[in-house]
Design a protein around this ligand. Structure first.
Ligand code: AP5
Ligand code: MG
Length: 280
């Protein structure tokens, strides 16, 4: 499974990525986390990124593209990955398309977590409280002032990706205002519907209703989702065929027993037998 999680700061990209990688045994590629590690380790990349991140701006494209390109070459990528926070600009998305094309990797979907802006500040405040409670160092950009700058960057530079991926029929939108658990369930349902993961044996009706209510599959992804949602019906038809096949066999067997010829036994095979008998 190869996925991009798209959404404003505090939308829940990191939270959902963590839940999904454990369920599907894949890798999370968070450029934010990688950059924070580089800042902490004071690497050349970290030194360049530090002030930009602290001010809520975006690190130059060539730096993050370089990081992702190197990471995609690692062997642990083979099962799949979730890109969290990358791409964040149209040039980054174009560079990713090139990278994936060269590496013969196909992207399954881009999932946009749509969240009301008014909810983002309290989410970031929750994260600050959670990190403090765990004894971790709080993120330098988790303040109301920097959050509003990160949001401005998101609106002007990252939001155009919604159109970019929608045009390429990769975009799927999930209501990120639901509880964490519900968002995860919805993402998993969508992934199963587009065939990115194995379908779970869930009842069909409620899943269909949830789809109408909470997600907005677009283009090809939507068609695939529709097709996948019809699968159980197909399987049921196949099962029906198998059953009628069995019924026919049973009918033949009982006809044999009763000495009567089953209705569909007038084909080539039957003619051959008659010719042989005539010869004999
Ligand atoms: P990055 O680390 O990617 O930050 P971000 O995009 O601003 O997103 P966040 O990590 O703040 O939010 P999230 O969506 O992961 O939410 P989370 O799951 O934690 O980037 C940081 C900086 O690095 C950037 O500003 C930039 O400078 C630089 N950078 C990174 N990538 C770059 C790139 N590609 N190009 C250039 N620069 C780059 O959730 C937040 C809180 O909400 C948590 O407490 C969580 O428990 C809670 N929560 C989550 N979901 C729900 C829910 N459904 N209901 C209620 N609470 C929820
Ligand atoms: Mg994050």
């Amino acid at each position: 499974m190869r996925l991009i999680l798209l959404g404003p700061p505090g939308a829940g990209k990191g939270t959902q990525a963590q839940r999904l990688i454990h369920k599907h045994d894949i890798v999370q590629l968070s450029t934010g986390e990688m950059l924070r590690a580089a800042v902490a380790a004071q690497t050349p990349v970290g030194l360049r990124a530090k002030d930009i991140m602290a001010s809520g701006g975006l690190v130059p494209d060539e730096i993050v593209i370089g990081i992702i390109s190197d990471r995609l070459d690692q062997p642990d990528m083979k099962n799949g990955f979730i890109l969290d926070g990358f791409p964040r600009t149209v040039p980054q998305a174009e560079a990713l398309d090139d990278l994936l094309r060269k590496k013969h990797i196909r992207l399954d979907a881009v999932i946009e977590l749509r969240v009301n802006e008014s909810a983002l500040l309290s989410r970031v405040e929750t994260r600050v409280a959670e990190m403090r409670a765990r004894g971790e160092e709080v993120r330098i950009d988790d303040t109301p002032e920097v959050l509003s700058k990160r949001l401005a960057s998101y609106r002007s530079l990252t939001e155009p990706l919604i159109h970019y991926y929608s045009e390429r029929r990769k975009l799927l939108t999930v209501d990120g205002m639901m509880t964490i658990e519900h968002v995860t369930r919805e993402i998993n349902r969508i992934l199963a519907a587009i065939g990115a993961v194995e379908t779970q044996a869930t009842p069909r009706k409620p899943a269909k209703m949830a789809a109408r209510k909470t997600s907005r599959p677009v283009g090809k992804a939507a068609k695939v989702a529709k097709k996948a949602s019809k699968k159980p019906a197909k399987t049921a038809r196949k099962a029906g065929k198998a059953t009628s096949g069995r019924t026919r066999k049973a009918a033949r067997a009982s006809a044999k027993g009763s000495g009567k010829r089953p209705a569909r036994q007038g084909g080539k095979a039957a003619k051959k037998v008659t010719k042989k008998r005539a010869k004999a």
